[in-house]
Design a protein around this ligand. Sequence first.
Ligand code: GRF
Length: 196
Amino acid sequence: MDAIPRLTVLISGSGSTLQNLIERTASGDLPASIVGVVASRAGIFGLARAERAGLRAAIVERKPQETFSERVFATIRETAPDLVILAGWLHLLTIPPDFENRVLNIHPSLLPAFGGAGMYGRRVHEAVLASGATVSGCTVHFADNTYDTGPIVLRREVPVWADDTPDTLSLRVQAAECEAYPAAIRRILSELRHSR
Ligand code: GRF
């Protein structure tokens, strides 16, 4: 691993998670460097954030679907990352052997609750509120080849208040994510460093 660990960040949307990582790496709170951004479509706000931060960014078109995952990892390999960070990335990937245990995801619930296909964004918070749960949170986990099932690195809890709406709950969970993701990445990078 380089003296400064290398992160490649995958985005599909507004890039708020990417923005947090840009700020945490710039401040030194997360001692790593973002060496590339891969987007699953053009025109998303996350790409504007990448550009503003001067990051190298690539767009990988989803079609043809059969080769999407391979093309994503070919693009990732060009940036030679130590870790791949899914940051609001919405597509299932087939993790190739050279990236096993090196792809992290963050999900806005306490997995295994409220995960799986179709459980993303606002829908997660709607489901949490409908269930009557009094605690929610976020989970950082290794990505494997199904949605939201890989080994858990860490979870952070937040309370659910009786008068919460999906929007208010989402803001509280996002604030927890901003601490949880850098903490999980620091932990995994330190384990990688000690295993090499
Ligand atoms: C967050 O809720 C995160 O848990 C999920 O995507 C959301 C952020 O999307 N994986 P973005 O970074 O604003 O695009």
